[in-house]
Design a protein around this ligand. Structure first.
Ligand code: HEC
Length: 165
């Protein structure tokens, strides 16, 4: 899938503005009020998160009988604070390769080391973010969705922002 398509899907995922909003008339008046079906938005968001593969980097994994599996209670919580990073093969990195930790929650490349963020609704994740912050993080690649924040590092940055950025 092209990066621009991914960006469009991610924007839809977090804005959700036009996905299921509709207009409802207040009974006995000419007033209209927007009606948003949150159940549908959540279902759509779940579909997009699964389809795009946010879990690949943002969910810690363990080795189960079928191979690597997401740890359900840690889903989308990002790089575990107590995880031990593998040693870095600097020769490979210096050739321009990106190397991922076994559960993919961390990566190292010519930009440095990056750690997948906690995306859960906990306050240590995105729990107290506004919708605008989501849009700024996703569309502009800004840490915590703050306009004056640092740029997000690879590998997440390239998923959402414009290729010529
Ligand atoms: C290839 C790995 C990878 C994939 C896939 C990925 N991310 Fe990320 N993401 C990261 C990393 C690493 C960071 C932290 C970057 C940094 O700190 O500069 C990050 C950061 C973020 C942030 C910013 C969090 C903050 O605190 O500022 C958001 C929001 C985000 N990702 C959402 C998503 C969503 C939604 C998806 C799926 C549609 C996704 N990511 C898929 C690796 C990935």
């Amino acid at each position: 899938m092209r990066i621009s398509n991914l960006m469009l899907i991610a924007v839809a995922l977090f804005s959700g503005l036009n996905i299921v909003a509709c207009i409802k008339t207040v009974p006995g008046t000419n007033l209209v009020q927007p009606m948003v079906d949150h159940g549908e938005k959540v279902k759509r968001g779940e579909y997009l998160v699964n389809a795009i593969g946010c879990d690949e980097c943002h969910s810690p994994k363990r080795f189960g009988p079928q191979g690597p599996e997401i740890i359900p209670e840690l889903r989308l919580s990002g790089f575990p604070h107590d995880a031990v990073l593998p040693s870095i093969d600097t020769g490979t990195v210096n050739k321009g390769w990106a190397l991922f930790a076994p559960d993919l929650t961390s990566a190292v490349g010519l930009w440095g080391q990056s750690y997948a963020a906690n995306l859960t609704p906990d306050e240590t994740g995105t729990g107290n973010w506004t919708e605008d912050q989501f849009l700024t993080a996703i569309k502009k690649g800004k840490f915590k969705g703050l306009e004056n924040g640092r740029d997000l590092c690879h590998p997440c940055l390239g998923l959402f922002t414009k290729p010529n950025r």
